[in-house]
Design a protein around this ligand. Structure first.
Ligand code: UDP
Ligand code: MG
Length: 321
């Protein structure tokens, strides 16, 4: 069995060599044939040079380097496209995903699981981040069809047929947590204690996280549109009831002039609600705009490998095995 490790790297020069050493040691111990697929996501530092050195020294190393930073989602997609393994493990380059867990993943895979997910605990995280994550997952699970679990990230093993299925999803706005959950197949999860980043700093700023969260919410289904519709219907009913009451009151008692406060409150509140709804609709239109352009997910600047052509894979592969 060939195991591929897909590793997105963005400015990881400080840790990459150590990562490579740790992972090759670990994998050698496991006794499976393996390959490493590093994706340099347009790093500005020596990441690509290090990858080229690693590749020169070790034939099991594949690398793909992007023309600029396209984001981790694109990097993972490229990695999956280039991975040839019967099982593919996606892991971060910063050693926050302990390589020791790959053995356990492979064991569970041997037991027949297509996706083996390592779920990190929130130990060592700032309280604000833990609380906001909890709130976010509660909200998102109300709003999307697939189930998303807090702490479940991209650190996981995928069987060949799962990888193929993920690669069938060619959408431009990729929210891989959701894509993996959408694909399904036999899935199992185990927890591990989160390791603190050893070197460098997380590329996730608060703004990036917020946008990522919104992407997750909006890129999965049209439930936010449905919510907007319901909200509109509720407001409309309230408005009709209120209008009926006002008209009835005016018919019985005549018109009372004051009403300035009510008027202003209603106008501004409804304007706000309308703006939000237009914003939600706009988000979907924006997504359609990006999808119809059919731009590539990334551009490759340098590589020592070739993507497996999707077209030769036959659809039967999904039911076989
Ligand atoms: N990464 C990437 N492109 C980006 C940002 C990050 O390929 O634009 C990679 C990064 O090199 C690392 C992984 O994605 O291997 C996770 O990134 P990071 O550690 O910054 O995120 P966190 O661990 O805080 O989720
Ligand atoms: Mg990290």
């Amino acid at each position: 069995m060939l195991v591929s490790l897909v590793v997105p790297c963005f400015n990881e020069e400080e840790i990459l060599e150590r990562f490579h050493e740790r992972v090759t040691d670990e994998m050698t111990g496991l006794g499976h044939e393996f390959q490493l697929v590093y994706v340099d996501d347009g790093s500005a530092d020596r990441t690509l040079v290090i990858l080229q050195e690693l590749a020169a020294a070790d034939p099991r190393v594949r690398y793909v380097s992007f023309s600029r930073n396209f984001g981790k989602e694109a990097a993972m997609l490229a990695g999956l496209q280039h991975a040839e393994g019967d099982a593919v493990v996606i892991m971060d380059a910063d050693l926050q995903h302990p390589p020791e867990l790959v053995g356990r993943m492979l064991q569970e895979h041997a037991d027949g699981y297509d996706q083996v997910i390592a779920r990190r605990t929130r130990k060592g995280d700032r309280v604000t981040r833990t609380v906001s994550a909890r709130a976010y997952y509660w909200l998102i699970n109300c709003l999307v069809d697939v189930e998303l679990v807090d702490g479940v990230g991209d650190f996981r093993l995928l069987s060949r047929r799962t990888v193929d299925a993920v690669l069938e999803l060619t959408e431009y706005n990729r929210f891989s947590k959701g894509l993996f959950a959408w694909v399904g197949f036999r899935t199992t999860t185990f927890a591990y204690e989160n390791a603190v980043r050893e070197q460098g700093s997380s590329a996730w700023t608060f703004g990036k996280l917020l946008n990522y969260g919104l992407d997750g919410l909006l890129s999965f289904n049209n439930k936010p549109l449905r919510a907007a519709l319901y909200l509109g219907m509720v407001l409309m009913s309230v408005a009709f009831a209120y209008a009926a009451w006002i008209v009835g009151f005016a018919l019985v008692k005549g018109v009372e002039t004051p009403g300035y406060v009510t008027l202003i409150v209603v106008v501004t509140a409804l304007a706000g609600v309308q703006m939000v709804i237009v914003g939600v609709v706009g988000e979907y239109v924006g997504r359609i705009y990006y999808e119809v352009k059919r731009r590539p997910h990334f551009l490759v600047k340098a590589t020592n490998t070739q993507a497996a052509p999707q077209s030769i894979r036959e659809p039967q592969e999904f039911v076989r095995r």
